[in-house]
Design a protein around this ligand. Structure first.
Ligand code: GLN
Length: 469
């Protein structure tokens, strides 16, 4: 197996035993990318000069010493272009600083290498909204890789890189992980600093790992978790060693199956995979409990008010003056802004800005935005009550396995509705993980395991039990 295709934990063993060098891994990643990524399109850029220098100086005694990690192209890495998958920034913005997650990765010895494709500003669930390129699903060519972290998922699934970081505002780590057949973890809100992640929905965004194995997700979470004075929403909570206790199994665990998640609209084979994974965990000593999350039916509407509202505010900084591309020869000050935004943003981003501005506008603010915030509280309460009864919740990640490319183009609502199983965790601030199950007709399918706020250890342990089924 090529080095770039292996897990972080296995590479780490070989590195510390002196069998391979960090340079070997990065050189292998570079050759895999140049040989095969032309067809997949996982990477927007894969400049390797800095990474190779860092590889030669890597401190192998550190937990991620010498290991390359690909970075979604909406996370700032000093000296590296950051496009957010947008024409607005492409060729026109180089990060002047490291995001806190990048600083933390470096402190653990890891080497950021390669920038992965995404839906523009992380808005979408197929990576087809990228303003830069399309990404194919390496497990199923002709199918979407999911999104918005589709490049990160494809980079790992395509065996170009051992692991990657993504961001998840409404499912953007878990859903592409499910569609590509890799592990994807969305940490609890506040567990990981958002400083240096280009903001989409600030009350929902979290950065997290996409990896080959559950242990690798735990290793990466160890490195990136923690409080940060530059992000006031990051939490000063103890950071356990997430790799500990992974193999303790699920005996005695109570696992909830929310009845609202197993109704119409879900592909029968996807449903069958999830239910049989639940049965297998029951056979290992877990207790399955039917639970109710009664406000699930309002989750899509709530998310698609709050996320665009926050996006419309966050994206106001892209005005052609401060960042990125600006229109040439504007006729006046106002057209400098409007023409730059018109030319720079793709249609999904414009749709979100219009939607968000509308729900925040005077006269509509109370009817839409304020009401959505109230429903968000109800959704949160559903989870608080559920987690009084169960340790974790098992659900599908998406209603279907990866659709064909273009299957939902021109139908944004179709995309929005498919987010039903992932967005509630973001609205509630909880953690969630997608772990691969048996594919359906060759298409990967993930199981979502949702945990309470800061319940990462529980869901990792449960995901590990699924992995070895
Ligand atoms: N699919 C969702 C959206 O389009 C989630 C995106 C994300 O998590 N970044 O908003």
């Amino acid at each position: 197996m090529s080095l770039a295709a292996q897990s972080l934990s296995s590479l780490r063993r070989q590195l510390t035993a002196g069998e391979i060098s960090s340079r070997d891994i990065i050189e292998d990643a570079v050759s895999q990318i140049s040989a095969r990524d032309g067809e997949i399109g996982a990477f927007i850029s894969s400049e390797s000069k800095t990474a190779l220098t860092e590889a030669d100086e890597a401190d192998l005694s550190l937990p991620l010493g010498g290991l390359p990690i690909a970075i979604k192209d909406n996370i700032n890495v000093q000296g590296s272009p950051c496009t957010c998958g947008s024409k607005f920034l492409s060729g026109a913005y180089t990060s002047p600083y490291d995001a806190t997650v990048i600083k933390n990765l470096r402190a653990a010895g890891a080497i950021p290498f390669g920038r992965t494709n995404l839906d523009e500003f992380a808005m979408g669930s197929s990576t087809e909204n990228s303003g830069i390129q399309l990404t194919q699903n390496p497990a199923a060519p002709g199918h979407i890789p999911g999104g918005s972290s589709g490049g990160s998922a494809a980079a790992v699934a395509g065996n170009f890189i051992p692991a990657a970081l993504g961001s998840d505002t409404g499912g953007s780590i878990r859903q592409p992980a499910s569609h590509c057949g890799v592990v994807g973890l969305k940490p609890s809100y506040g567990r990981v600093s958002r400083y240096g992640l280009v903001a989409f929905g600030s009350s929902l965004d979290q950065i997290g790992p996409l990896t080959h194995t559950v242990e690798d997700a735990a290793l990466l979470l160890n490195a990136i978790a923690g409080v940060d004075p530059r992000d006031s929403t990051s939490l000063d909570a103890e950071i356990p060693d997430y790799t500990e206790g992974l193999d303790q199994g699920v005996a005695g665990m109570k696992l909830g199956l929310p009845k609202e998640y197993f109704t119409h609209g879900i592909d029968s084979q996807v449903r069958e995979r999830v239910e049989s994974a639940a049965k297998a965990l029951e056979a290992q000593g877990a207790e399955l409990v039917e639970i109710s999350l009664p406000h699930t039916e309002y989750a899509i509407a709530t998310y698609y008010i709050i996320a665009p509202a926050e996006a419309s505010s966050n994206l106001s900084r892209f005005d052609g003056v401060r960042y990125g591309n600006r229109t040439e020869n504007p006729k006046d000050m106002l057209s400098l802004y409007t023409d730059s935004r018109e030319a720079g943003f793709g249609s999904e981003v414009k749709r979100r800005i219009i939607l968000g501005t509308y729900v925040l506008s005077s006269g509509y603010h109370d009817a839409y935005y304020l009401r959505a915030l109230k429903v968000r509280t109800l959704i949160k309460k559903d989870f608080v009550q559920a987690f009084e009864k169960v340790d974790a919740i098992l659900t599908p990640v998406a209603p279907d396995a990866a659709p064909k490319m273009g299957a939902a183009s021109g139908d944004p609502l179709k995309h929005y509705l498919a987010d039903i199983f992932t967005i509630s965790a973001n609205l509630a601030g909880n953690c969630g993980i997608s772990v691969p199950l048996e594919p359906v007709d060759g298409l990967p399918v993930g199981l979502q395991i949702l945990g309470p706020h800061l319940g990462e250890q529980t869901i990792l342990r449960c995901a590990r039990a699924v992995e070895v089924l």
